[in-house]
Design a protein around this ligand. Structure first.
Ligand SMILES: Cc1cc2nc3c(=O)[nH]c(=O)nc-3n(C[C@H](O)[C@H](O)[C@H](O)COP(=O)(O)O)c2cc1C
Length: 318
């Protein structure tokens, strides 16, 4: 598939380590027929030493799907990209991750300080695969180093087919506000499509972001955590003008149960239930007693009792 088809829904699931696993991607896809899904970041060092395990799992509904690689060794990343071609519709290179342990190894956002190496990675991967290649980066490393326009041009010239830009600098991490207007400057200076990312949390903010950024679509990260319908609702609105309401508490709890069940199927009960704990604040909020419920439920480690607790909470609120 060409990149144009892969991004035709104008919305994607942004990669999130420890979040956008097989189960979350499947739940998003159930609600969103054509949004671009993305795996979490897959370390090229890890993939070279393993076959990838559950991190690379997909099913027949996951297309269009992009697999994100991290690393700084061009040949190693290119070999991993080649291996992933059997699963992926597109390969994405992580050039935006801000966390210390990633940037100190010249991976992630550190590549924005080393345009030559970033270009070499893109060129080497591009020469090794026959599917589209994208890059995801930020506005720059710090406020004084906002090189996103030149960096985007360099990525395009090296062979990238698509860009996702998180409108923050590395030094901002996840704080402050994403500056969507800056993306318009990148758009004016590259010919390849650009998706805007950062702080899109609703249909309204998606529309606002597209207007300010002039981007070709939006990438949704954290807002998909407690609402797997958001990406589908944005897709419906942008492509068909249909405005679907956010899920009710009952619907969110039903999705949480499904999420739990599928993680338990994937990882076993002990690991699966614990894995979903990080999602509780996103699913269970905005109603009276939510904080107490979360405090209680996070202590439970078997599926039956988590379900019982959720059912009793719903009874109180229905
Ligand atoms: C828990 C978490 C994990 C993330 N992991 C990745 C990752 O693996 N690769 C990546 O490019 N960005 C990663 N990000 C950044 C998101 O893709 C996205 O750029 C960022 O959260 C801003 O978008 P949002 O405001 O829609 O969440 C991560 C973000 C979070 C919160």
């Amino acid at each position: 598939m060409q990149v144009k088809e892969l991004i035709s829904a104008r919305v994607s699931l942004a990669p999130m380590a420890g979040i956008t696993d097989y189960v979350l991607r499947s739940l998003v896809r159930e609600n969103s027929p054509s949004a671009l899904l993305t795996t979490e970041m897959i370390s090229s060092e890890f993939l070279t030493q393993s076959k990838g395990g559950d991190i690379i799992m997909r099913n027949e509904n996951h297309s269009p799907i992009s697999y994100q690689l991290s690393g700084h060794k061009p040949k190693m990343i290119a070999d991993c990209a080649k291996y992933l071609e059997q699963y992926a519709d597109m390969i994405d290179i992580n050039m935006g991750c801000p966390v210390n342990k990633v940037v100190k190894g010249t991976d992630g956002c550190a590549l924005m300080r080393n345009t030559d190496l970033a270009c070499e990675i893109v060129k080497t991967v591009k020469a090794n695969i026959s599917i589209p290649l994208s890059v995801k980066f930020r506005l720059g490393y710090t406020f004084d180093e906002m090189n996103y326009v030149e960096f985007g041009q360099a990525m395009q010239n090296a062979g990238a087919d698509f860009i996702t830009i998180h409108a923050r600098t590395r030094s901002q991490m996840y704080g402050g506000k994403a500056d969507w207007k800056k993306i318009a400057e990148l758009k004016r200076n590259v010919d390849i499509p650009v998706f805007a990312n950062g702080d899109v949390v609703s249909i309204e903010t998606a529309v606002d972001c597209l207007e300010q950024s002039q981007a070709d679509g939006v990438a949704i990260g954290r807002a998909a955590l407690g609402d797997v319908t958001l990406i589908g609702r944005i897709e419906q609105y942008l492509n068909k003008g249909i405005y679907l309401p956010p899920p009710t508490l009952e619907e969110k709890v039903e999705t949480l149960k499904k999420h739990l069940t599928q993680e338990v199927e994937l990882r076993g009960e002990n690991v699966g239930v614990k894995f979903v704990r990080k999602f509780y604040p996103y699913y269970l909020n905005g109603f009276q007693g939510a904080s107490k419920l979360r405090g209680e439920i996070v202590l439970i480690d078997n599926l039956k009792d988590v379900f019982k607790k959720l059912d009793s909470a719903i009874l109180v609120h229905s």
